[in-house]
Design a protein around this ligand. Structure first.
Ligand code: ATP
Ligand code: MG
Length: 390
C-alpha cells in the first residue's frame, strides 16, 4: 500500500491550449511548495497531479503547503491498493477503526472503464462489507463518513476527507503585477487575490520614515513574508514618501492632500513597475469604503497612471475582506497599530468628489517628475524566499 496526495484543479481553466502550461506550472509550484516535507515524487496523471509520500513524510506540513498552493481546488491523502476489491476491504479493515461514525456512504468512481465491476456494484458490495464490519448504517445524504474509492488505470485509490484548496490559477501562469501595499487589511488581500488568479505580485510600500517611526515598514515586511507562502519568493520595494508629502503640504490645501498622495503613489509605483517590466498596478480599494474611494476620486487617481490599475476588492464588503485576511494569515499583522504615511497632514474630512481641474491646478505648482524620480532612486528592495521550515 502506498500513500499519495491527489490534487484536483478546476476544470474550466483547463480547457483548450493552455492546459499543458497550466499543469506544468502547477506541478512545478507544488514541487517547490512541498520541498523538505518527505514527498518523493510529483507527477501528472490525467486530470490530477499526484505526490508520492515517503513513509516518514510530514503530512501536516504537506497539507498546509498544498492547501496554500494556488490552482489547487481540492486534494486528499489517498491509499493506493491493487485493483481488486479484496485489497480495498483489507485496507478498510485497518483504516476504519481510526474513524468514528454511525452513518457512512461509499462513493465509487471508475475512471478506468476496463475494470470489470461498475461503480454501482462497488458501492453495494463495499457498503455491505462496511455495514457488517462496523455496524454503521448507509446514509446517502449527510453521512458522518464518506469513503471514496476511485478506480484508476493502475490500481484503486481509497480516501476519506477531501480538503478544499483556494482554486484559481497557479502563480506565474498569468503575468506579473505590482501591488501597492499599505500596512492595512485590504491591500495584502488584494495582492493575494491577484496571486490566486495566477499573477506573480511584486509589492511596493510607501513610508514616511524618518518623519514617523518604522512601524509601517516592519508591518509591510511581515506581510510580505506571509504572502511569500503563496508565491514562494517575493520582492518588496520600500519607497520613501516623506519628500513628496513635505512638498505637498506646502502648496496643497488639506482636503486635497490624500488625493494627491495617491496620485504620487501611483506614479512612483508605475515607474517602478516599468523598470521591472510589469504592466499593471493593484490596489486594495473598495468602492465607497473611505473618502478617497468614491467613483470621482478613483477616476482622478486613475488618470495619474498610464497603466491599468486593478482593484480586485472594488466590489467586496469589509467583512468579506476581513474573513479572507484571517484565512490567509495577514489579519493579525494588519491590525497592529502603525504610523502610516497617509495619516500625516490630512484633515478628518478629505474631499469626496475631487475635481480634476483643481487637481491639475494644484499639481501645476509641483515638480512632479522630479519628486517621482527622486523617490524611485531611493527605493530600497527586500527579497523574501519561502522557508522550508514552515
Ligand atoms: P488598506 O487596508 O489596503 O490600507 P484602506 O482601506 O486603508 O486600504 P486607503 O488608505 O484609502 O484604503 O488606501 C487605498 C489603497 O492605496 C490601499 O489599498 C493601497 O493599495 C494603497 N495604499 C495606501 N497607503 C499605502 C502605502 N503606505 N503604501 C502602499 N500603498 C498604499
Ligand atoms: Mg490603509
Amino acid at each position: 500500500m502506498k500513500r499519495l496526495v491527489v490534487v484536483k484543479f478546476h476544470e474550466p481553466a483547463l480547457k483548450g491550449k493552455n492546459r499543458p502550461m497550466f499543469l506544468r506550472r502547477l506541478a512545478s509550484n507544488l514541487r517547490r511548495a512541498v520541498k523538505g516535507t518527505g514527498v518523493k515524487r510529483v507527477w501528472r496523471q490525467h486530470l490530477m497531479i499526484c505526490l508520492a509520500l515517503r513513509d516518514d513524510a510530514d503530512w501536516d506540513a504537506v497539507r498546509r503547503r498544498v492547501g496554500d498552493c494556488m490552482g489547487v481546488a481540492k486534494f486528499y491523502l489517498a491509499s493506493k491498493v491493487p485493483p481488486d476489491l479484496d485489497a480495498v476491504k483489507k485496507l478498510l479493515l485497518s483504516e476504519l477503526p481510526l474513524h468514528s461514525f454511525d452513518t457512512f456512504r461509499i462513493t465509487a468512481h471508475r475512471s478506468n472503464k476496463r475494470f470489470p465491476i461498475r461503480s454501482g456494484e462497488i458501492n453495494r458490495e463495499m457498503g455491505a462489507y462496511v455495514e457488517e464490519l462496523t455496524g454503521a448504517r448507509v446514509r446517502l445524504n449527510g453521512a458522518d463518513l464518506e469513503i471514496f474509492i476511485d478506480v484508476v488505470s493502475d490500481g484503486m485509490l481509497v480516501y476519506f476527507d477531501p480538503i478544499q484548496g483556494y482554486g484559481g490559477m497557479p502563480v506565474d501562469s498569468s503575468g506579473e503585477t505590482m501591488a501597492l501595499m499599505s500596512g492595512g487589511i485590504d491591500s495584502p488581500v488584494a495582492a493575494w487575490q491577484m496571486m490566486r488568479r495566477g499573477s506573480r505580485v511584486k509589492l511596493v510600500h510607501f513610508h514616511s520614515h524618518p518623519l514617523v517611526d518604522s512601524s509601517s515598514i516592519e508591518k509591510a515586511t511581515e506581510l510580505s513574508e506571509i504572502l511569500t507562502r503563496y508565491q514562494y519568493d517575493a520582492e518588496l520595494f520600500l519607497a520613501p514618501f516623506a519628500g513628496v508629502q513635505q512638498r505637498i503640504i506646502v502648496d496643497v490645501p488639506p482636503p486635497y492632500r490624500v488625493l494627491l498622495y495617491r496620485r504620487f503613489m501611483v506614479r512612483i509605483a508605475e515607474a517602478l513597475a516599468r523598470q521591472q517590466g510589469i504592466a499593471a498596478l493593484v490596489t486594495g480599494e473598495s468602492l465607497a469604503q473611505v473618502a478617497s474611494q468614491t467613483l470621482e476620486n478613483i477616476a482622478i487617481v486613475d488618470s495619474a497612471a498610464q497603466m491599468p490599475i486593478l482593484r480586485p476588492l472594488i466590489g467586496s464588503n469589509k467583512n468579506d475582506i476581513v474573513d479572507i485576511a484571517r484565512q490567509i494569515g495577514t489579519f493579525p499583522v494588519s491590525i497592529i497599530p502603525d504610523q502610516d504615511c497617509c495619516s500625516l497632514f490630512v484633515p478628518r474630512h478629505p474631499v469626496t468628489k475631487g475635481s480634476a481641474k483643481v487637481v491639475e491646478r494644484l499639481e501645476a505648482s509641483l515638480p512632479v517628475n522630479e519628486l517621482v524620480e527622486h523617490a524611485v532612486e531611493q527605493v530600497e528592495t527586500r527579497r523574501f524566499a519561502f522557508s522550508a521550515s514552515r
